[in-house]
Design a protein around this ligand. Structure first.
Ligand code: RRO
Length: 300
């Protein structure tokens, strides 16, 4: 029997395939569906201190097969209202990780504390939205460290930090976050990008810029996971372009202790079972007993 259970930054998962923050984690019921479909954990859509409408349409466009550009603009009901969705999500029986954002370290800490009180088993700090004015990372790496420290002071659950490839050196940011006390890093958020309509001669997205996800970003994500695994002591969670079990295994070989999927859900909830079964068959075929044995194997 192959062991698929993993432990990531103090959080135990029945398997390493998590729902990434994004479109599905907006309601408790949808997160329960992801859990029922086989996810090892679910991450909510990012939630902030108060209700936010997000940007006007168009906010999403498929730019090439399996690759999407979005500028949702952090739409969310605010943490106080979202508490109910966290409680519903928990009935799915897998860890619920609440993705948190704020405009300051204090706001991050306040939202994270409310998420923990609502039952979150971990929080994932979104310091890396590539196209909103609250993208902390775009302001300064120093603030990112302050955000992590402020949250660690307020919560007892594991704190993950979602990083971006939209920086010169992702390892530098990873080290800041690790030194500040983060329990794991998630790599990567979407890649800042743009698309222009040749008929109207205008940017397609209402916000002009957006975040690229899906097939196109997998090699960028794998590179970031590889670099972070080499440089950090805390675990890395891989996300970016994972559609098939081969994509998931590639992230794991690069150094991911667990992986997340979002864009692949455009193909349906079956993706969780397909990935879990595919990883399991791969490990059996290769003669491994535990998924942990192949984490970072590409470095050897
Ligand atoms: O809501 C969004 O527009 C959004 C966020 Br918060 C993020 O972190 N990444 C992304 O691609 N979109």
């Amino acid at each position: 029997m192959v062991k698929l259970e993993v432990e990531v930054g103090g959080l135990r998962l029945r398997n390493p395939v998590m729902l990434a923050s994004g479109i599905i984690g907006v309601t408790g019921r949808l997160m329960v569906r992801a859990a029922e479909a086989g996810a090892g954990a679910v991450v909510t859509k990012s939630v902030g201190p108060e209700r936010r409408m997000g940007y006007g349409n168009p906010t999403i466009v498929e730019v090439s097969p399996g690759s999407y550009l979005n500028c949702m603009g952090l739409p969310n009901p605010g943490i106080d209202e979202f508490v109910e969705e966290i409680k519903i999500a928990k009935t799915g029986g897998v860890p619920v990780i609440v993705s948190v954002f704020g405009r300051s370290p204090e706001e991050f800490a306040m939202v994270a504390e409310k998420a923990e009180n609502a039952g979150a088993e971990a929080v994932e700090l979104n310091v890396s939205c590539p196209h909103t004015e609250v993208g902390i990372l775009e302001r300064s790496q120093r603030i990112v460290g302050q955000v992590v420290k402020a949250v660690k002071k307020k919560v007892g659950v594991p704190v993950f930090v979602k990083l971006s490839s939209n920086v010169t050196n992702i390892v530098e940011v990873g080290k800041v976050v690790e030194d500040a006390g983060a329990d794991a890093v998630t790599a990567i958020n979407t890649v800042r990008a743009m698309a222009i309509d040749v008929e109207t001669c205008r940017p397609i997205l209402s916000n002009k810029f957006g975040g690229l996800s899906g097939v196109a970003i997998k090699p960028i994500a794998v590179r970031c996971v590889y670099e972070l695994y080499e440089a950090l002591k805390i675990p890395v969670i891989g996300v970016g372009g994972i559609f098939s079990w081969e994509d998931a295994v590639e992230h794991i070989l690069a150094g991911a202790s667990a992986i997340q999927v979002a864009t692949a859900l455009t193909k349906g909830f079956n993706v969780f079972k397909e990935l879990v079964d595919g990883i399991k068959s791969y490990l059996e075929k290769k003669g491994f007993k535990d998924v942990g044995e192949v984490v970072g194997a590409a470095h050897k």
